[in-house]
Design a protein around this ligand. Structure first.
Ligand code: AP5
Ligand code: ZN
Length: 217
């Protein structure tokens, strides 16, 4: 299956993607995680991306689209993938369509996670992620690590993301509304969008998502 996950910052895209990708045996491809890995490795791409991310802005398309394409061309993505955080504006969606068309492929579904803004703010305020791997995600109240400040998965140190400050979160939400939400209409026109509520326990949301994807099949 080829799936795009969409939803505001803090909706739980990364959290759900980890379970869904496992259930569906497809790789979880997060452009945010790819950027953060590049930043921690000090690559040129990471240096380019960091200022935009810290400001809550989108990283320019010419950097993002090439990085996403390289990742989608890896052998493990041959039979499908779950995209998290890409595409994030209409021109990225058009670029993805062109990439897929060139390979005679199509998307199966766009899963839209709906969460009220006050809940998103709470989720982001309490989020802690792992220094070794930003896909290891915890929450101080909703999903605390067994030992405070230490990643359950790999023992790495947990910290708060640089772009999770209140001011940057406000900017990220604004960018989501103005630049990312329009892709929902873009994909609705292709009949691909399934919307679910992302409220409730993580496991409940995963179950809701799996059922919605089955129906859209
Ligand atoms: P990215 O990393 O994609 O961030 P985001 O879209 O803002 O999403 P988040 O990672 O903040 O949230 P999430 O929905 O994954 O939630 P999570 O599962 O962590 O992008 C960061 C930046 O990179 C962008 O601002 C941009 O600069 C750049 N970028 C990335 N992609 C780009 C692109 N394509 N083009 C240009 N720029 C790009 O959950 C949040 C918290 O809630 C966690 O603590 C979690 O434990 C908790 N939680 C999750 N589910 C539940 C639940 N059901 N109940 C209670 N708590 C829950
Ligand atoms: Zn870890």
């Amino acid at each position: 299956m080829r799936i795009v996950l969409v939803g505001p910052p803090g909706a739980g895209k990364g959290t759900q993607a980890a379970y869904l990708a496992g259930n569906l045996s497809i790789p979880h491809i997060s452009t945010g995680d790819l950027f953060r890995a590049n930043i921690s490795q000090g690559t040129e791409l990471g240096l380019k991306a960091k200022a935009y991310m810290d400001a809550g802005d989108l990283v320019p398309d010419e950097v993002t689209i090439g990085m996403a394409r390289d990742r989608m061309e890896q052998p493990d993505a041959e039979n499908g993938f779950l995209l998290d955080g890409f595409p994030r504006n209409v021109s990225q969606a058009e670029a993805l369509d062109a990439m897929l068309k060139a390979e005679d492929m199509t998307l199966d579904a766009v899963l839209d996670l709906e969460v009220p803004e006050d809940e998103v703010v709470k989720r982001i305020a309490g989020r802690r992620i792992c220094r070794n791997d930003s896909s290891h995600v915890f929450h101080v109240t909703y999903s605390p690590a067994k030992s405070e400040g230490v990643c359950d998965v790999c023992g790495g140190e947990l910290y708060q993301r640089d772009d999770d400050s209140e001011e940057t979160v406000r900017k990220r939400l604004e960018v989501y509304h103005t630049q990312t939400e329009p892709i929902i209409d873009y994909y609705k026109a292709q009949g691909l969008v399934v919307t679910i509520s992302a409220l409730g326990k993580v496991t409940e949301v995963t179950q809701r998502a799996m059922e919605a994807l089955k129906k859209s099949d």
